[in-house]
Design a protein around this ligand. Structure first.
Ligand code: AHG
Ligand code: MN
Ligand code: MN
Length: 313
């Protein structure tokens, strides 16, 4: 990778996408998203932790950070000229934009996942799912690309266009440069991230979690989907789950904005993502706000979850 004499750390996002032979308009789109993230990170770092509808020190109306992040992304996607349909967790309708190209893309995104963690200074992220054409209600397997940006102590961007998973970090010039290529999940055991209230777990999930604990898995749950998934991906082992709960059979996480893009990345890294019975990426969305239980991470751990659920739930 790279020209003679260059190091991997000098490969920026655009160059990496070109070297991966990603379709030209998709490169533009991903680079626009990367640009938007610079403004989002700036709002997270310096913005007032105000509540929508109130005014700040200067008498200006404040926006909640997730609403602000949504506007930043929406504006960029709209002006990119390569996007036809957009749907955001912050917006209940599919928006249609003017795409003047022969190849257009549609984007489903969560502008700021874990926004309630900002006031306690925990890591948050932006998650995006990209399809070619203007249909967003497709099984996740048909995604053209998926990516997330993690706003932690460092800002990182992780993407896949179906040819491996690659991590970039933002440098002091706010450019994303390559950190790690072709990330894989192949280790067994290690960590588990269990979302949802444990006393509402069904018996299959409860027994599964107990088996993880008995086999020595360590609890690592931050409450932020992006950092929790990033941990599994970067450590190359472990499992994240937000299961079906008693009284909440579809769990909490949303298929379009959260699960499909993460499932695409994790499968690309050699891991698996299941709703407990079938792969997340094969679910046909019933609507833009559809939720699903999720068990996602290393293949063996996900297969074990399916076994417990099939036997008990
Ligand atoms: P959002 O902030 O976009 O509404 O989503 C938060 C999500 C996700 O980050 C995390 O995995 C999950 O909610 C945590 O939920 P619990 O508080 O129920 O654990
Ligand atoms: Mn979210
Ligand atoms: Mn959100």
């Amino acid at each position: 990778m790279g020209e003679p004499g260059s190091t991997k750390f000098q490969v920026d996002l655009r160059r990496h996408l070109r070297e991966q032979k990603v379709e030209r308009r998709l490169i533009e789109l991903i680079c626009e998203i990367a640009e938007a993230s610079k403004y989002i990170i700036n709002s997270i770092r310096t913005g007032d932790l105000g509540v929508a509808g109130t005014s700040n020190l200067y008498g200006e109306e404040q926006l909640e950070l997730d609403v602000l992040s949504d506007r930043i992304l929406q504006k960029r996607l709209k002006s990119s000229g390569v996007v036809s349909s957009v749907v955001s967790e912050e917006n209940n309708d599919i928006m249609q934009f003017n795409c003047e190209n022969d190849v257009c893309y549609s984007v489903a995104y969560d502008p700021l996942d874990g926004s309630s963690l900002v006031d306690v200074n925990l890591a948050v992220g932006t998650i995006l799912s990209i399809y070619q054409g203007d249909n967003i209600l497709l099984p996740g397997r048909q995604q053209a690309a998926a990516l997330y940006i993690l706003y932690g102590p460092r800002t990182t961007l992780v993407y896949s266009t179906g040819n491996g998973v690659h991590e970039f970090a933002m440098n002091q010039l706010m450019e994303y440069t390559l950190v790690k290529e072709n990330i894989t999940i192949d280790g067994v055991g290690g960590i588990y991230s269990p979302g949802g209230q444990r006393n509402l777990y069904t018996s299959g999930t409860e027994k599964y979690v107990r088996s993880l604990e008995e086999s020595g898995h360590k609890l690592r749950y931050s409450g932020g989907f992006v950092p929790d998934i990033n941990q599994v991906l970067m450590k190359g082992r472990g499992i994240f789950m937000y299961p079906h709960l008693q009284g909440r059979p579809q769990g909490k996480l949303r298929l379009l904005y959260e699960l499909n893009p993460m499932a695409f990345l994790i499968e690309q890294a050699g891991g698996a993502a299941s709703n407990g019975r079938m792969p997340i990426l094969d679910i046909v969305p019933e609507g833009i706000d559809m939720c699903s239980p999720v068990f996602i991470g290393c293949r063996e751990d996900v297969a074990m979850a399916e076994k417990f659920i099939a036997a008990e739930d």
